[in-house]
Design a protein around this ligand. Structure first.
Ligand code: ATP
Length: 369
């Protein structure tokens, strides 16, 4: 099938890492003999667009994203491009897409690939879990709200709804049913992460999650407090399969998870809803290394693999699902043999060399298939 993909390179290292992901997708297209094809349309978004036009995403770019089959984003935002109240202006683009297109599920895989450094001395049976983050409710739903009183008091409101909680927990169970369980015991398991012992909204989140779990007796269910989850993700990460969490908790825990498997440079993500999907690395625009050819493109390449998997499952296109696996296998090879290790992973490859290594491994993976 041919897919319309909106490319949103954005700021900082965004264009460099998206460039490598596009090279990989183009190779997939030729390797599949055109069975999986892409029509790319590129749009300027983020801090650069905001500085030039006053808008982080234009109405035209937004409409094109809405019409596309999927979006691949580099990074949006620069630390010195800010609104008067201190909020970063470039990330408005992502929030506009996330809320406007109802991309309510943030899917954050955390997987330790052979060859990647982990600060954990005993990752046990391995690390391979996914954090499913509720993306449009929770504490961040108050981003444009909140109140300040006389320069002395500030307050934000957290929003948890039954419908929002049900659909994110259903996503977690659906994902668990496609995976092979936690590395430690092979058990398919959904872990609800909350703070039900302190706030009523989190107790409600847990109660609704427990109701949803009753409809999925084939998948194990447990609930843990977020502070304990932070401890366990360090102490025994191999016991986790799929975690589901409110917006802010999911945000924080996914960075913690990334830190255990080599960092942000290897951590992909997907923001998906019922109709739209936006795929991007978990990292930001990394202005400190932008334009130097040092950025690790793996997280964006893996995000492109997630895009293919999502497109394939959505459209019943096995070739796209298979192509996503080719990319994943190629990344695993380049990390394991060291040819794709960039500086953040202790290697010396530059952005393009890393992309070249993935392309070589992809060719080998396709030839062997
Ligand atoms: P944001 O808040 O926009 O997510 P951030 O403040 O968390 O951004 P990043 O831009 O992600 O910060 O960068 C954090 C650190 O990680 C920086 O030192 C950056 O150089 C490094 N980093 C981020 N992404 C990569 C990458 N793809 N390759 C190498 N280093 C990276």
């Amino acid at each position: 099938m041919a897919y319309d993909v909106s490319l949103l390179p954005g700021d900082g290292i965004g264009p460099e890492v998206v460039g490598e992901a596009v090279r990989v997708l183009e190779r997939v297209e030729s390797a599949s003999g055109g069975e999986v094809a892409f029509r790319f349309e590129t749009h300027e978004i983020g801090a650069g667009a905001w500085r030039r036009t006053g808008e982080a995403i234009s109405a035209e770019a937004y409409a094109s994203c809405e019409a596309a089959d999927a979006m691949l984003l580099g990074a949006a935002g620069l630390p010195d491009a800010r609104h008067p109240d201190g909020r970063e202006a470039g990330s408005d683009a992502m929030f506009r897409l996330r809320f406007g297109l109802d991309l309510y599920a943030g899917i954050r895989p955390v997987r330790l690939y052979a060859g990647c450094p982990s600060p954990l001395s005993t990752p046990g049976a391995g690390i391979d879990y996914v954090i499913v983050r509720e993306n449009v409710e929770g504490l961040y739903a108050g981003r444009h709200g909140g109140s300040r009183v006389e320069g002395e008091v500030a307050a934000d409101t957290s929003i948890i709804t039954r419908a929002g909680t049900r659909r994110i927990v259903e996503q977690a169970f659906a994902l668990a049913s496609t995976r092979s369980g936690a590395p430690a015991d092979g058990v398919s398991r959904v872990t609800c992460v909350d703070k039900a012992n302190v706030l009523a909204s989190y107790a409600f989140f847990r109660a609704v999650a427990t109701e949803v779990a009753a409809g999925h007796p084939d998948v194990a269910f447990e609930a843990v407090y977020v502070d304990a989850a932070a401890l366990y993700l360090v102490q025994r990460p191999s016991t986790f399969d799929v975690l589901v969490a409110e917006n802010m908790f999911g945000d924080i825990l996914s960075d913690l998870g990334a830190g255990t498997v080599g960092g942000l440079g290897v951590s992909p993500s997907a923001d998906v809803g019922e109709r739209h999907g936006l795929f991007q690395a978990s990292h930001g625009s990394a202005p400190d290394i932008a334009g130097k050819g040092l950025a690790n493109p793996i997280a964006t390449i893996l995000s492109a693999a997630m895009m293919l998997d999502w497109l394939g499952r959505r459209h019943g296109d096995d070739a796209a699902v298979r192509a996503g696996r080719w990319i994943d296998d190629a990344v695993a090879t380049t990390l394991e043999d060291g040819s794709g290790l960039t500086r953040d992973l202790g290697g010396s490859a530059g952005t393009t060399e890393c992309g070249d290594a993935v392309l070589r491994a992809l060719d080998a993976a396709v030839a062997a298939a």
